[in-house]
Design a protein around this ligand. Sequence first.
Ligand SMILES: [Zn+2]
Ligand SMILES: [Zn+2]
Length: 109
Amino acid sequence: MATGIGVNNVTIDGQNIHIEWNDGHKSEWTATSLRISCGCAQCVEEWSRRQLLDPASVPLDLKAEDYLMVGRYAVQFLWSDGHFTGIFPFDVLRDLCNCDVCKAEREDE
Ligand SMILES: [Zn+2]
Ligand SMILES: [Zn+2]
């Protein structure tokens, strides 16, 4: 896992969310896919890591209304379904990156 990873820029573009990392890497997700990955206590049972959120309940046209940097380690999104308790640490976000480079790295492991 990368240490000292940071986010230079978060851009909300309609239903898409773009992140530019401090190492020059770029990630892109739909709001829906990130919302489904939310790890907060309402979405994931803490002790079992069981997903409480029904992915089918997340609207496909979900958007991020806004975001907030949490210290130097995480991003918090305000979703258009009213959910805002999910905090995405940078390393979690980076693990969720779907780009070809990250996919290939994961397959190597
Ligand atoms: Zn959540
Ligand atoms: Zn990537």
